[in-house]
Design a protein around this ligand. Structure first.
Ligand code: 1C4
Length: 441
């Protein structure tokens, strides 16, 4: 490996590491559209799914059938009928749906049975697939005078049975068919089944793998991240395909019902699932109930992350040394910036109440997230915090970040302007840091 590609690999691996840790033991529902399954992408998708399983992700895969059905109906010279976006399933169509489900299941099971290259012991660690009567259905009934036949809605998800299979290390494969208590089968919508599974299983994520790259704005720009409120506005204000509207509605529903993230991405691009789950920029659209980035007060659970951020800079002499004990005693002064559940930055505000002054200290943004404005956001946050606490002058001491403060409204100050306790510490540590001041009044 060349030094350049080795450095790129190390950077990518470092970026992925927190996501690997975070997803291990979590449940993800993958809703795979039939467009993807029919586009010869199953083999590469199966490799990515096996990789996820090998990292300890609990996987439930629910598949679509529409393209298979369309092909079968086309070959028979027939067409499918829809009403209000729902397929009308008569007796003959139900037989076709069952056939399509059978074909898709066998194809998926075969693809997932191939020996994954990344498994150390190829025979023992083969991914096992479990299927079953996990979805209890009820008929949709008569809509606007039209008998929807064997089109159904979810009545109940047998979460206990699915969890049992997941605990055994299986991937659970679910077809969009449900059974009623009277012993009949009903055809279900992929989005309907996927959202019910994600909510009932308290999944971490619902991921739609589709033929679209993700969600696009009215001007066609691919949107990497959306809040549920943004997604609702998009649904209300711009036109989308029927499939995209259904996925967006399902995404909003699951986010409102406890699922942390929904993702809509292309299943046609090789590796898109891995890029979406293990990189900050993703490959499609990630949706969350509220903003992905937030700055919040730190607590003791953040100490490990803060140490990881500051340790290299302490060794380089850029920051003052702060050990775990110090952090435990002063954690109330710290704030952290987190994006998508990972801590990417920290800052502390020390207030000297008698002098109405404060010090912005321990300001760090993780090297893989620098130059993206996080430093500025942390500064703004501390400025607001300081004002709210009656600080008139905010200081920052630095050996090498003077220009950064200069460009953000700070000016140089004298040692004598610092509160006496801070002057004493300054003289003791002999760092001869530059002192910067910004007036807040
Ligand atoms: N000097 C000048 N400009 C800098 C710079 C530097 N050292 N580092 C980055 N920039 C520029 C970038 O080139 C970029 O410029 P551009 O492209 O916009 O023209 C811009 O800043 C990026 O701004 P941003 O808002 O995206 O900023 P981030 O990259 O997100 O974060 C940090 C900026 C400086 C926070 C980040 O680069 C970082 O973490 N650096 C390493 C740690 C560091 O230097 N922190 C500043 C500490 S000063 C210490 C303490 O322990 O309390 C020491 C106290 C003492 O007694 O000596 C502090 C406060 O923590 N003090």
């Amino acid at each position: 490996m060349s030094p350049q590609s080795s450095a790129a690999f190390v950077a990518d691996f470092r970026q992925a590491a927190p996501y690997i840790h975070y997803l291990s033991g979590k449940t993800i529902v993958l809703a795979v559209s039939s467009h993807v399954l029919l586009a010869d992408k199953l083999a590469s998708l199966a490799k990515d799914i096996q990789l996820l399983a090998s990292l300890g992700v609990r996987l439930v895969l629910v598949h679509g059938t529409r393209q298979y059905l369309n092909n079968m109906m086309h070959a028979a010279g027939e067409t499918l009928s829809y009403h209000r976006g729902w397929r009308i399933t008569d007796e003959a169509t139900l037989q076709q749906v069952k056939q399509a489900c059978g074909m898709v299941r066998f194809d998926i099971e075969a693809a997932l049975s191939s020996s994954p290259a990344q498994m150390p012991d190829r025979n023992q660690r083969r991914l096992r697939v479990a299927s079953g009567n996990f979805l209890l259905a009820k008929p949709l009934g008569v809509l606007d005078g039209i008998d929807m036949g064997y089109t159904g809605r979810i009545r109940k998800v047998d979460a206990e049975a699915i969890q049992q299979r997941l605990n055994e290390g299986c991937l659970v494969l679910v077809s969009p068919l449900g059974q009623s208590l009277s012993g009949k089968s009903f055809n279900l919508g992929l989005d309907d089944a996927a959202q019910a599974l994600a909510v009932t299983l308290k999944a971490e994520k619902l991921v739609f793998l589709t033929s679209d790259d993700g969600v696009r704005s009215a001007d066609g720009t691919l949107l990497n991240q959306l809040t549920a409120a943004d997604a609702q506005t998009l649904l209300d204000t711009s036109a989308h395909s029927a499939d995209m509207s259904r996925m967006l509605k399902a995404a909003i529903y699951v986010l409102e019902n406890g699922v942390r993230r929904a993702h809509i991405l292309s299943g046609l691009n090789d590796g898109s699932l891995i890029a979406e789950l293990f990189t900050r920029q993703g490959s499609g659209t990630a949706l969350a109930q509220s903003s992905f980035m937030r700055i919040r007060a730190a607590d003791n659970r953040d100490i490990g992350d803060i140490i990881s951020l500051i340790a290299p800079l302490e060794h380089a002499g850029i920051l003052l040394p702060r050990n775990r004990e110090y952090l435990e005693n002063h954690i109330h002064e710290f704030s952290v910036l987190e994006h998508d559940c990972h801590v990417y930055g920290c800052v502390a505000l020390k207030v000297f109440e008698q002098q109405h002054t404060g010090e912005l200290a321990c300001l760090v943004v993780s090297p893989d997230a620098q130059d993206g404005g996080y430093g500025e956001l942390l500064l703004d946050y501390v400025l607001k915090q300081a004002k709210a606490r009656g600080v008139h002058t905010l200081f920052a001491l630095s050996t090498n970040t003077g220009d950064w403060f200069d460009e953000r409204g700070f000016e140089t100050a004298e040692l004598s302007e610092l509160p006496p306790a801070r002057q004493e510490q300054y003289l003791q540590n002999k760092r001869r840091s530059k002192i910067y001041r910004r007036s807040l009044v």
